[in-house]
Design a protein around this ligand. Sequence first.
Ligand code: ZN
Length: 211
Amino acid sequence: MKIPRAIQQTIESFERLPGVGPKTAQRLAFYLLHVPQVELDRFAASVSNLKKNTVLCSRCFSIDETNPCSICSDSKRDQTVICVVEQPLDVLALEKSGHYHGVYHVLHGKIDPLNNIGPDEIRIGELVRRVRAASADGSGEPMEIILATNPTMEGEATAMYLAKQLKNGEPRAESGELKISRIGRGLPTGADLEYADPTTLDRAMDGRSHY
Ligand SMILES: [Zn+2]
């Protein structure tokens, strides 16, 4: 017996998702055959609208419904503190703890030479320009950049690279007006920020060390 085309296509779609193997993809596709049509339509519509109804913030590169995002445009957030994370999900994790009142910069990845991801493949240049622009606009306000990339080998390497780039030719780094810090230990090594619980994240934020 041949699997009907519609089922085969659904299986193939699921197989493209991370962490889903052929067996799981098959099981999910056959499971959906039992779901009422109206629910299937809703499911399909939500996937279809996922990108149409979201936008990348042109300032911090987080994902939201508006540009600038709700965090960047919130006047109660401290615009002089920028927390740098790898993924939009990390923003969600840090927001859940509710103690951070600065803004963010989402890199959309990490430097990962083994997978051919260099500094130019992620949003490092945008961060450097953002910090330089804030230095140049004459407001002269001290800034802090918190490097909150994951405590993995690639995350550490990315943080070190960023610290160097941000300090390079930046007069405010020498005068101490530009502080660069790394999110504290206490986060399990090799783990992703998005899986850390709010208390651990709070502690990591409080225990940050300065470059
Ligand atoms: Zn934003």
